[in-house]
Design a protein. Structure first.
Lengths: 260, 77
Protein backbone atom coordinates (compact mmCIF):
# COMPACT_ATOMS: atom_id res chain seq x y z
CA UNK A 1 0.00 0.00 0.00
CA UNK A 2 1.44 3.28 -1.09
CA UNK A 3 0.37 6.71 0.13
CA UNK A 4 -0.40 8.67 -3.05
CA UNK A 5 -2.05 11.77 -1.65
CA UNK A 6 -1.44 13.58 1.63
CA UNK A 7 -1.59 17.09 3.01
CA UNK A 8 1.56 19.02 1.95
CA UNK A 9 3.91 19.63 4.91
CA UNK A 10 4.05 23.37 4.10
CA UNK A 11 0.30 23.58 4.71
CA UNK A 12 0.05 23.83 8.50
CA UNK A 13 -2.35 21.65 10.48
CA UNK A 14 -4.51 24.64 11.47
CA UNK A 15 -8.07 24.24 10.21
CA UNK A 16 -9.11 26.84 7.65
CA UNK A 17 -11.54 29.55 8.72
CA UNK A 18 -13.21 29.35 5.28
CA UNK A 19 -16.91 28.57 4.92
CA UNK A 20 -18.01 25.10 3.74
CA UNK A 21 -17.54 24.76 -0.01
CA UNK A 22 -15.14 27.70 -0.35
CA UNK A 23 -12.35 27.08 -2.87
CA UNK A 24 -9.67 29.12 -1.08
CA UNK A 25 -8.49 25.93 0.65
CA UNK A 26 -7.74 24.29 -2.70
CA UNK A 27 -5.78 27.35 -3.87
CA UNK A 28 -3.75 27.22 -0.63
CA UNK A 29 -3.02 23.53 -1.16
CA UNK A 30 -1.97 23.99 -4.80
CA UNK A 31 0.36 26.81 -3.73
CA UNK A 32 1.94 24.57 -1.09
CA UNK A 33 2.38 21.73 -3.55
CA UNK A 34 4.17 24.05 -5.99
CA UNK A 35 6.34 25.62 -3.27
CA UNK A 36 7.44 22.12 -2.29
CA UNK A 37 7.92 21.00 -5.88
CA UNK A 38 10.46 23.79 -6.50
CA UNK A 39 11.77 23.70 -2.92
CA UNK A 40 10.91 27.35 -2.30
CA UNK A 41 9.75 27.19 1.34
CA UNK A 42 12.88 28.95 2.61
CA UNK A 43 12.84 31.80 0.12
CA UNK A 44 9.19 32.42 -0.67
CA UNK A 45 7.35 35.56 0.44
CA UNK A 46 3.57 35.73 0.20
CA UNK A 47 1.72 39.05 0.15
CA UNK A 48 -2.01 38.63 0.85
CA UNK A 49 -4.29 41.58 0.33
CA UNK A 50 -7.41 42.21 2.36
CA UNK A 51 -10.25 39.72 2.04
CA UNK A 52 -10.91 36.11 2.93
CA UNK A 53 -7.34 35.19 1.96
CA UNK A 54 -5.87 37.56 4.55
CA UNK A 55 -4.91 34.80 7.01
CA UNK A 56 -2.39 33.21 4.66
CA UNK A 57 0.24 33.48 7.41
CA UNK A 58 -1.79 31.16 9.64
CA UNK A 59 -1.89 28.39 7.08
CA UNK A 60 1.30 28.32 4.99
CA UNK A 61 4.73 27.92 6.59
CA UNK A 62 6.52 30.64 4.61
CA UNK A 63 7.26 34.33 5.17
CA UNK A 64 4.21 36.52 4.69
CA UNK A 65 3.92 40.31 4.54
CA UNK A 66 0.51 41.88 4.91
CA UNK A 67 -0.32 44.71 2.53
CA UNK A 68 -2.86 47.53 2.91
CA UNK A 69 -6.09 47.01 1.00
CA UNK A 70 -5.36 46.69 -2.72
CA UNK A 71 -1.66 47.48 -2.41
CA UNK A 72 -0.35 43.92 -2.44
CA UNK A 73 1.22 44.26 -5.89
CA UNK A 74 2.96 47.48 -4.83
CA UNK A 75 4.33 45.81 -1.68
CA UNK A 76 5.39 42.76 -3.70
CA UNK A 77 7.22 45.05 -6.14
CA UNK A 78 9.30 46.41 -3.26
CA UNK A 79 10.04 42.98 -1.82
CA UNK A 80 11.02 41.50 -5.18
CA UNK A 81 13.30 44.44 -6.04
CA UNK A 82 15.10 44.27 -2.70
CA UNK A 83 15.30 40.45 -2.68
CA UNK A 84 15.41 39.42 -6.35
CA UNK A 85 16.39 35.83 -5.51
CA UNK A 86 13.22 35.33 -3.43
CA UNK A 87 10.05 33.85 -4.83
CA UNK A 88 7.32 36.49 -4.34
CA UNK A 89 3.60 36.09 -4.90
CA UNK A 90 0.52 38.08 -3.97
CA UNK A 91 -2.76 36.49 -2.95
CA UNK A 92 -5.74 38.70 -3.65
CA UNK A 93 -9.48 38.51 -4.10
CA UNK A 94 -11.67 40.33 -6.58
CA UNK A 95 -12.44 43.17 -4.17
CA UNK A 96 -8.78 43.69 -3.41
CA UNK A 97 -7.31 43.28 -6.88
CA UNK A 98 -10.32 44.05 -9.10
CA UNK A 99 -11.56 47.14 -7.32
CA UNK A 100 -9.28 49.03 -4.95
CA UNK A 101 -6.04 47.57 -6.33
CA UNK A 102 -6.66 47.87 -10.08
CA UNK A 103 -4.21 50.76 -10.51
CA UNK A 104 -1.45 48.88 -8.68
CA UNK A 105 -1.85 45.65 -10.62
CA UNK A 106 -1.97 47.32 -14.02
CA UNK A 107 1.23 49.24 -13.40
CA UNK A 108 3.05 46.30 -11.80
CA UNK A 109 2.07 44.24 -14.85
CA UNK A 110 3.09 46.99 -17.24
CA UNK A 111 6.49 47.32 -15.57
CA UNK A 112 6.90 43.57 -15.99
CA UNK A 113 7.66 43.03 -12.32
CA UNK A 114 8.93 39.48 -11.90
CA UNK A 115 6.44 38.12 -9.38
CA UNK A 116 3.24 36.07 -9.46
CA UNK A 117 -0.26 37.32 -8.73
CA UNK A 118 -2.77 34.79 -7.42
CA UNK A 119 -6.22 36.23 -8.02
CA UNK A 120 -9.24 34.44 -6.53
CA UNK A 121 -12.37 35.55 -8.36
CA UNK A 122 -15.64 34.56 -6.68
CA UNK A 123 -17.63 37.47 -8.17
CA UNK A 124 -18.60 38.89 -4.79
CA UNK A 125 -17.02 40.59 -1.75
CA UNK A 126 -16.76 37.59 0.55
CA UNK A 127 -15.29 38.84 3.82
CA UNK A 128 -17.36 42.01 4.18
CA UNK A 129 -20.72 40.30 3.69
CA UNK A 130 -21.56 39.81 0.04
CA UNK A 131 -21.46 43.25 -1.58
CA UNK A 132 -21.21 43.69 -5.35
CA UNK A 133 -17.70 43.43 -6.78
CA UNK A 134 -16.43 44.62 -10.19
CA UNK A 135 -16.53 40.96 -11.26
CA UNK A 136 -20.14 40.37 -10.18
CA UNK A 137 -22.19 38.83 -12.98
CA UNK A 138 -24.97 40.83 -14.62
CA UNK A 139 -28.22 40.09 -12.82
CA UNK A 140 -26.48 38.62 -9.77
CA UNK A 141 -28.10 39.50 -6.46
CA UNK A 142 -25.80 40.94 -3.80
CA UNK A 143 -26.43 43.08 -0.75
CA UNK A 144 -25.60 46.22 -2.76
CA UNK A 145 -27.42 45.11 -5.92
CA UNK A 146 -30.63 43.72 -4.40
CA UNK A 147 -32.41 43.85 -7.77
CA UNK A 148 -29.52 42.16 -9.56
CA UNK A 149 -26.52 43.87 -11.15
CA UNK A 150 -27.70 46.23 -13.87
CA UNK A 151 -25.18 47.33 -16.50
CA UNK A 152 -26.84 50.74 -16.88
CA UNK A 153 -26.02 51.58 -13.28
CA UNK A 154 -23.17 49.25 -12.31
CA UNK A 155 -21.26 48.52 -15.52
CA UNK A 156 -20.08 45.11 -16.63
CA UNK A 157 -18.01 42.28 -15.08
CA UNK A 158 -14.28 43.05 -15.23
CA UNK A 159 -12.16 40.49 -17.09
CA UNK A 160 -8.73 40.82 -15.53
CA UNK A 161 -6.90 37.95 -17.24
CA UNK A 162 -7.92 39.22 -20.68
CA UNK A 163 -7.22 42.81 -19.66
CA UNK A 164 -3.67 42.19 -18.44
CA UNK A 165 -2.58 39.68 -21.10
CA UNK A 166 -1.93 42.24 -23.89
CA UNK A 167 0.46 44.30 -21.72
CA UNK A 168 4.04 43.81 -22.85
CA UNK A 169 5.38 43.26 -19.34
CA UNK A 170 3.07 40.30 -18.75
CA UNK A 171 4.71 36.94 -19.43
CA UNK A 172 1.93 34.65 -18.26
CA UNK A 173 -1.82 35.16 -17.79
CA UNK A 174 -4.31 32.37 -17.24
CA UNK A 175 -7.77 31.75 -15.85
CA UNK A 176 -8.62 28.40 -14.30
CA UNK A 177 -11.51 26.99 -12.28
CA UNK A 178 -11.66 24.63 -9.29
CA UNK A 179 -15.18 23.21 -9.31
CA UNK A 180 -14.34 19.65 -10.41
CA UNK A 181 -11.26 17.45 -9.80
CA UNK A 182 -10.41 17.69 -13.53
CA UNK A 183 -10.39 21.49 -13.33
CA UNK A 184 -8.20 21.33 -10.21
CA UNK A 185 -5.65 19.24 -12.10
CA UNK A 186 -5.65 21.75 -14.97
CA UNK A 187 -5.29 24.57 -12.45
CA UNK A 188 -2.24 22.86 -10.96
CA UNK A 189 -0.56 22.63 -14.37
CA UNK A 190 -1.27 26.28 -15.12
CA UNK A 191 0.02 27.32 -11.68
CA UNK A 192 3.19 25.35 -12.34
CA UNK A 193 3.72 27.37 -15.53
CA UNK A 194 3.17 30.59 -13.59
CA UNK A 195 5.82 29.50 -11.07
CA UNK A 196 8.21 28.62 -13.90
CA UNK A 197 7.63 32.07 -15.42
CA UNK A 198 8.90 33.73 -12.28
CA UNK A 199 11.74 31.24 -11.69
CA UNK A 200 12.94 31.79 -15.28
CA UNK A 201 12.70 35.58 -14.72
CA UNK A 202 10.47 36.11 -17.76
CA UNK A 203 8.27 38.76 -16.16
CA UNK A 204 4.87 39.25 -14.57
CA UNK A 205 2.70 36.16 -14.11
CA UNK A 206 -1.03 36.28 -13.40
CA UNK A 207 -3.25 33.40 -12.29
CA UNK A 208 -7.01 33.92 -11.97
CA UNK A 209 -8.97 31.22 -10.11
CA UNK A 210 -12.75 31.15 -10.65
CA UNK A 211 -13.96 30.12 -7.22
CA UNK A 212 -17.17 29.50 -5.30
CA UNK A 213 -18.63 31.53 -2.45
CA UNK A 214 -21.72 29.51 -1.43
CA UNK A 215 -22.32 31.66 1.66
CA UNK A 216 -22.66 34.96 -0.19
CA UNK A 217 -24.24 33.46 -3.29
CA UNK A 218 -26.90 32.04 -0.93
CA UNK A 219 -26.60 28.65 -2.62
CA UNK A 220 -25.78 25.18 -1.33
CA UNK A 221 -22.32 23.87 -2.12
CA UNK A 222 -23.63 21.62 -4.88
CA UNK A 223 -25.72 24.45 -6.38
CA UNK A 224 -22.53 26.55 -6.37
CA UNK A 225 -20.75 24.00 -8.54
CA UNK A 226 -23.65 24.20 -11.00
CA UNK A 227 -23.61 28.00 -10.82
CA UNK A 228 -19.93 28.06 -11.81
CA UNK A 229 -20.47 25.57 -14.62
CA UNK A 230 -23.60 27.19 -16.05
CA UNK A 231 -23.27 30.90 -15.34
CA UNK A 232 -19.71 31.90 -14.46
CA UNK A 233 -17.73 30.03 -17.09
CA UNK A 234 -19.61 31.66 -19.97
CA UNK A 235 -18.71 35.11 -18.60
CA UNK A 236 -15.19 34.14 -17.48
CA UNK A 237 -13.83 31.72 -20.14
CA UNK A 238 -11.01 29.51 -18.92
CA UNK A 239 -7.66 29.29 -20.60
CA UNK A 240 -4.10 30.47 -20.86
CA UNK A 241 -4.30 33.91 -22.40
CA UNK A 242 -0.59 34.48 -22.62
CA UNK A 243 2.56 32.47 -22.08
CA UNK A 244 5.85 33.70 -23.43
CA UNK A 245 7.54 30.32 -22.96
CA UNK A 246 8.65 29.43 -26.48
CA UNK A 247 6.81 26.12 -26.70
CA UNK A 248 3.42 27.44 -25.68
CA UNK A 249 2.92 30.76 -27.45
CA UNK A 250 -0.73 31.09 -28.38
CA UNK A 251 -1.30 31.13 -32.13
CA UNK A 252 -3.60 33.55 -33.94
CA UNK A 253 -7.24 32.53 -33.46
CA UNK A 254 -6.44 29.58 -31.21
CA UNK A 255 -8.87 29.26 -28.27
CA UNK A 256 -7.29 30.05 -24.91
CA UNK A 257 -8.55 26.88 -23.26
CA UNK A 258 -6.72 24.67 -25.78
CA UNK A 259 -3.50 25.39 -23.90
CA UNK A 260 -4.78 24.43 -20.43
CA UNK B 1 -7.28 -2.91 -1.99
CA UNK B 2 -6.94 0.87 -2.02
CA UNK B 3 -8.54 3.06 0.60
CA UNK B 4 -8.83 6.64 1.85
CA UNK B 5 -8.94 8.19 5.29
CA UNK B 6 -10.99 11.30 6.07
CA UNK B 7 -10.16 13.40 9.13
CA UNK B 8 -13.78 13.84 10.11
CA UNK B 9 -13.18 16.36 12.89
CA UNK B 10 -12.23 19.04 10.34
CA UNK B 11 -14.95 18.23 7.79
CA UNK B 12 -17.46 20.97 6.99
CA UNK B 13 -19.83 18.71 5.07
CA UNK B 14 -19.51 20.50 1.72
CA UNK B 15 -19.97 17.10 -0.01
CA UNK B 16 -17.64 17.91 -2.92
CA UNK B 17 -15.98 14.53 -2.28
CA UNK B 18 -19.36 12.77 -2.47
CA UNK B 19 -19.83 14.33 -5.90
CA UNK B 20 -16.28 13.42 -6.98
CA UNK B 21 -16.39 9.71 -6.05
CA UNK B 22 -17.38 7.77 -9.14
CA UNK B 23 -18.09 4.64 -7.08
CA UNK B 24 -20.23 6.42 -4.49
CA UNK B 25 -18.15 5.20 -1.56
CA UNK B 26 -18.35 8.50 0.35
CA UNK B 27 -21.50 9.78 2.00
CA UNK B 28 -22.46 12.53 4.45
CA UNK B 29 -23.30 10.98 7.82
CA UNK B 30 -26.63 12.58 8.76
CA UNK B 31 -26.68 10.90 12.20
CA UNK B 32 -23.50 12.46 13.54
CA UNK B 33 -22.28 16.00 14.14
CA UNK B 34 -18.57 16.77 14.53
CA UNK B 35 -16.98 19.34 16.82
CA UNK B 36 -17.36 22.07 14.20
CA UNK B 37 -21.11 21.41 14.06
CA UNK B 38 -21.29 19.82 10.63
CA UNK B 39 -22.37 16.39 9.39
CA UNK B 40 -19.03 14.85 8.35
CA UNK B 41 -18.26 12.87 5.21
CA UNK B 42 -17.50 9.19 5.86
CA UNK B 43 -15.87 6.55 3.69
CA UNK B 44 -17.32 3.05 3.53
CA UNK B 45 -15.78 0.57 1.13
CA UNK B 46 -17.83 -1.71 -1.06
CA UNK B 47 -16.39 -5.11 -1.79
CA UNK B 48 -17.96 -5.41 -5.21
CA UNK B 49 -16.78 -2.04 -6.46
CA UNK B 50 -13.84 -1.20 -4.18
CA UNK B 51 -11.93 2.09 -3.93
CA UNK B 52 -9.39 2.43 -6.75
CA UNK B 53 -7.27 5.12 -5.08
CA UNK B 54 -7.96 7.59 -7.91
CA UNK B 55 -7.63 10.48 -5.41
CA UNK B 56 -10.32 12.64 -7.07
CA UNK B 57 -11.96 13.14 -3.65
CA UNK B 58 -8.66 14.31 -2.15
CA UNK B 59 -8.10 16.61 -5.13
CA UNK B 60 -11.40 18.47 -4.55
CA UNK B 61 -11.44 18.52 -0.70
CA UNK B 62 -11.20 22.24 0.21
CA UNK B 63 -10.05 21.42 3.75
CA UNK B 64 -7.35 18.95 2.58
CA UNK B 65 -8.52 16.24 5.01
CA UNK B 66 -8.31 13.17 2.76
CA UNK B 67 -5.32 10.85 2.49
CA UNK B 68 -5.25 8.24 -0.25
CA UNK B 69 -3.52 4.86 -0.04
CA UNK B 70 -3.27 3.02 -3.35
CA UNK B 71 -2.48 -0.61 -3.82
CA UNK B 72 0.66 -1.06 -5.90
CA UNK B 73 -0.07 -1.05 -9.58
CA UNK B 74 -2.11 1.11 -11.86
CA UNK B 75 -5.29 2.97 -10.94
CA UNK B 76 -8.34 0.72 -11.16
CA UNK B 77 -6.35 -2.49 -10.80
Amino acid sequence: MQKVFARPATLLETGFHFCPGCHHGIVHRLLCEMLERYNLQEKAVGVPGVGCGVFLYDYIAIDVCEAPHGRATAVATGIKRVQPDHFVFTYQGDGDLGAIGTAEVIHAANRGENFTVIFVNNSVYGMTGGQMAPTTLLGQYTTTSPAGRDSRNDGYPLHLAEMLAPLEGVAFAARVSLHTPAHVKKARRALQRAFETQLEKRGFSFMEFVSACPTNWHLTTLQSVEHIEQKMLSVFPLGIYKNTAAATVRKEGEPADALL
Amino acid sequence: MSRITIREEGCKGCSYCVLACKRKLIRIDQDRINNLGYNPAVFSDNNEEPCTGCALCAEICPEVLIEVYRQQGRVGA
